[in-house]
Design a protein around this ligand. Structure first.
Ligand code: BEZ
Length: 266
């Protein structure tokens, strides 16, 4: 992995740094914050929601990539896992591979990361394919080989307990959903002991893509596409007929406050 190596993390990069990033991005947008390699144990950028993921170069099972160029105009699920040749990770990478067509349908690219060697990744992919016989065709997404852990540190994917010990430090099960403008829209952090749920990842993408298109709603607990959504409290009563011509339900509450307004008109 080669992080874009700059001396300072700048939230408002200068004009010159802006132009140095432009070749990686297909969007007219503010440039990324810049990764600093100051420390091998501290994230170079905050991974708070809405952070612009810094561009980076990496070696992967599909060849070297420059992240922004590879991302193109897609959404991305970038996820780390503790190590190759481990059982839970095998199920995770396998189930995510099986569901690749569902990610493709959502204009979403997948990319995994761990701190193992490229050769291990390639050997392990053969195991995953043998274990998950329902993966159609070639393994459908790249796996980043981040042997130096530099990228994992930069993206805050290293477990906190062992982060300063390169012998023991592993990537956690971090998962970032990134919008086409390279912004971190959702993050999940699971411990090594708990494999992730692919349906939940897809459900989150559905919610994020809906609210990115229709900025006046939010999706409730356990929502899946087609079910009612919540209208944002900031939407004024008089705007409702224009925004939701097919109707709005207003739920009466003991408090007398009307704040649960739902619609399936989206
Ligand atoms: C696993 O993928 O099975 C695993 C990896 C690291 C620690 C514990 C479990």
């Amino acid at each position: 992995m080669q992080a874009e190596n700059r001396s300072e993390h700048q939230s408002q990069p200068s004009r010159s740094s802006r132009s140095s990033h432009s070749s990686y991005s297909s969007h007219s947008q503010p440039p990324a914050p810049l990764i600093s390699a100051r420390s091998r144990s501290q994230p170079a950028v905050s991974m708070k929601l809405e952070t612009v993921i810094p561009n980076f170069k990496a070696q992967t099972t599909e060849g070297p990539i420059s992240f922004y160029e590879w991302q193109g105009n897609s959404w991305v699920v970038l996820f780390s896992h503790p190590a190759d040749f481990t059982p839970v990770c095998t199920t995770e990478l396998g189930r995510i591979a099986v569901h690749n067509p569902h990610f493709q349908k959502r204009n979403t690219k997948l990319i995994a990361l761990s701190c193992d060697k490229l050769k291990d990744h390639n050997d392990w992919v053969a195991d995953i394919k043998s274990y998950c016989l329902d993966i159609p065709g070639a393994f459908p997404y790249p796996i980043i080989a981040d042997e130096s852990r530099e990228l994992a540190v930069s993206l805050d994917m290293i477990d906190a307990v062992n982060k300063d010990n390169p012998e023991l430090a592993m990537t956690v099960r971090a998962l970032y959903i990134i919008s086409p403008d390279h912004k971190l829209k959702l993050s999940m952090n699971y411990p090594a002991s708990t494999g992730r749920n692919v349906d939940e990842i897809l459900r989150c993408i559905d919610s994020l893509q809906l609210v990115s298109r229709l900025k006046v709603v939010a999706t409730p607990a356990n929502w899946t596409p087609g079910e009612k959504v919540m209208i944002l409290p900031s939407v004024k009563e008089e705007e409702l007929p224009r925004l939701f011509p097919k109707g709005v339900d207003k739920v009466s509450m003991p408090s007398g406050k009307v704040y649960v307004r739902t619609t399936t008109d989206y």
